[in-house]
Structures are given as structure tokens and as C-alpha cells.
Design a protein around this ligand. Structure first.
Ligand code: HEM
Ligand code: HEM
Length: 186
């Protein structure tokens, strides 16, 4: 059996932090639009904010494909030995769910937009091909999925970040460094 590395590969690290930055930014913009703006009083501005939300979030769809491919073709660091088996299990389950969320949020976001007759633009450069016709019955299903999933995602990310900080500052192990650093040559 080959030994597991101490650090994520540089590519995995760049993908993690780039997607984390996109995800958190898109999350706050979506939350702001969904909960603090309404069409009656903020019409055009709300439209612009939603457009910004979409343009920032859609690249996640491309990046997650590369990331999953990279994940399955490169070994990842083992969790610290002093972590209990249930905690290790929980960390793995949360990582799995985060990957699912990284797929499901942009997909439901696109279905939500297309079904409501709107485009899904990418970085203000081009629109994704529209895969479904406008259909209010589909909007009625995918909109709540997108909204509730985004809240659940927000909660899980907070747990994820607190866990990373606890590893670093309380347990003082290598978990956070495994996502920020590379092996230095002795
Ligand atoms: C990682 C990606 C994404 C995250 C984290 C995310 C997050 C969110 C959040 C937090 C909300 C507000 C929910 C609420 O009302 O409380 C939201 C709303 C929304 N999202 Fe996303 N979203 C993502 C991707 C997308 C994509 C790719 C699209 C479309 C192409 C999209 C379209 C929308 C729309 C149309 C709304 C409704 C905004 C409103 O009602 O003002 N989202 N999203
Ligand atoms: C400031 C924010 C964040 C910090 C400090 C952070 C920290 C970390 C750390 C230290 C790891 C390595 C864990 C281990 O070795 O078991 C990790 C892994 C991971 N993070 Fe984050 N993260 C952040 C944001 C996010 C966000 C926003 C997402 C996705 C929505 C995310 C998704 C993941 C996933 C899926 C893994 C598992 C990687 C793998 O083993 O394949 N992270 N994160």
C-alpha cells in the first residue's frame, strides 16, 4: 500500500480555495437578493443582483467536474490518528455532502432560472445552453429545493469552517495546513 501524502496537491488546494471563495460570495449575494430585495420596490436592482449571483455561481459547474476527476485520480491526506473513528466518519460524510451540494446548487439554480424563462449566464461571457422550456410546475419544485438546500449548505459550511479552525487552534494538528501548504524540502 502506498503511503498517503501529508498535504493535498497544489491543484486540489487551488480548486478548494477558488471554489470556496466563489461559493461563499455567491451564497451571500443570493441570500441578500432572496431575503432583502423585492421586485416591487427594488425591481431593476434586484434583477441585476440576481444576474450577478448567477454569473458568479455558474463556473462552479465546470470546476466541480475537474475537481471530482482530480479527487479520484490523486491520493488525499489521512485524517489525524488521534481522531476517533466516528469523528473521521463524520468528516468524510460532510465532505461527501459538500461535493453533492457543489453539484446540486448550481444545477437546481440553472433549472430554476430556465424553468422561469431566464438564462443561466457564465461570468458575463456567455449563456449556458437552455436545457428545459419555461415551465412554472418545474419552478415550483426546483425553487424551494435551491432555497432550502442553500440554507442547509450555509449551515454545513459553518460547521466545516469551525471544524477546520478547531483542528488548527485547539488540536494543533495538520488538517488546515494540509489544505494550505506543501511539503518543504529539508
Ligand atoms: C454554488 C452555487 C450557488 C449558491 C451557493 C447559491 C445560493 C443561493 C442562495 C443562498 C439564495 C437565496 C435563497 C433565499 O431566498 O434565502 C439563492 C437564490 C437564487 N439563486 Fe442561487 N446559488 C447558487 C447557484 C445558482 C445558479 C447557478 C443560479 C442560476 C443560474 C442560481 C439562481 C438563483 C436564483 C434565481 C435565486 C433567487 C433569487 C431571488 O429570489 O432573489 N443560483 N441562491
Ligand atoms: C474559509 C473557509 C474554508 C476553510 C477554512 C476550509 C478548510 C478545509 C480543510 C482544512 C479541509 C481539509 C480537511 C481534511 O483533510 O479532511 C477542507 C476540505 C474540504 N472542503 Fe473546505 N474549507 C472552507 C470552505 C469550503 C467551502 C465553501 C466548501 C464547499 C462548498 C468546502 C468544501 C470542502 C470539501 C468538499 C473538502 C474535502 C476535500 C477532499 O478530501 O476531497 N470548503 N476544507
Amino acid at each position: 500500500m502506498s503511503a498517503r501524502p501529508q498535504y493535498y496537491t497544489r491543484t486540489a488546494q487551488i480548486l478548494h480555495w477558488l471554489m470556496a471563495a466563489i461559493f461563499i460570495t455567491a451564497w451571500f449575494i443570493g441570500f441578500y437578493s432572496g431575503n432583502f430585495l423585492n421586485y416591487d420596490t427594488d425591481g431593476a436592482f434586484k434583477g441585476n443582483v440576481i444576474t450577478l449571483h448567477k454569473n458568479i455561481a455558474t463556473p462552479i459547474l465546470f470546476l466541480i467536474v475537474i475537481r471530482i476527476f482530480w479527487r479520484y485520480t490523486h491520493p488525499t491526506p489521512a485524517l489525524p490518528e488521534n481522531m476517533s473513528a466516528p469523528m473521521k466518519k463524520m468528516a468524510h460524510v460532510i465532505h461527501w455532502i459538500l461535493y453533492l451540494i457543489l453539484l446540486a446548487l448550481p444545477i437546481t439554480g440553472c433549472l430554476f432560472s430556465w424553468s422561469a424563462g431566464h438564462p443561466a449566464p457564465v461570468l458575463y461571457l456567455f449563456n449556458l445552453p437552455t436545457l428545459i422550456e419555461p415551465n412554472p410546475q418545474i419552478t415550483a419544485i426546483v425553487k424551494p429545493i435551491h432555497v432550502y438546500l442553500s440554507w442547509f449548505a450555509g449551515l454545513l459550511i459553518v460547521v466545516h469552517i469551525l471544524a477546520a479552525l478547531k483542528h488548527h487552534f485547539v488540536d494543533r494538528d495538520n488538517v488546515l495546513r494540509s489544505m494550505t501548504s506543501q511539503q518543504t524540502k529539508d
